[in-house]
Design a protein around this ligand. Structure first.
Ligand code: HEC
Length: 119
């Protein structure tokens, strides 16, 4: 298929990162071999980058928004699940959280928990 071939030839870092994220999803969907630690780390950073617009680069908020860097993993997982289910009311996070699977939430929560609030 032509689209697939041109994607293989394309070596932009954005596509590489996106493919890594998709690889993680596909691995879970098709019970393929688990992604390597490096693939998971890249996928986590791709997911976390979507939070940066509001919560700051690497989850380091300049104030006014909750700090995600250093947020305890289990607390983030349960908070995101509470947003997703509507159990925790929100202005925006209840909508955003619906776009993430349990695995993606766990991955991004693990990522932020390892970051220090101050670089
Ligand atoms: C469009 C802006 C926006 C984006 C993007 C965004 N958030 Fe949020 N986030 C908010 C707002 C606003 C709140 C406060 C709750 C509310 O009103 O939705 C919040 C609250 C939270 C909280 C609760 C913090 C606390 O202790 O009260 C967590 C956890 C969180 N966000 C995680 C994330 C993660 C993880 C991502 C990326 C996957 C993300 N957010 C992306 C705007 C955003």
């Amino acid at each position: 298929m032509q689209a697939t071939q041109s994607m293989r030839r394309c070596n932009s870092s954005v596509l590489v990162l996106a493919m890594a994220a998709l690889t993680v999803q596909a691995a879970h969907a098709q019970s393929a071999p688990a992604p390597s630690a490096a693939e998971s780390a890249i996928a986590a950073r791709v997911l976390a980058s979507t939070c940066a617009n509001c919560h700051g680069m690497d989850g380091r908020s300049a104030g006014g928004m909750p700090m995600l860097a250093g947020y305890p993993r289990d607390a983030m997982v349960s908070t995101m699940q509470a947003f997703r289910s509507g159990q925790r009311p929100a202005t925006i996070m209840h909508q955003l959280a619906k776009g993430y699977t349990d695995d993606q939430i766990a991955l991004v929560a693990e990522h932020f928990s390892r970051l220090k609030a101050l670089p």
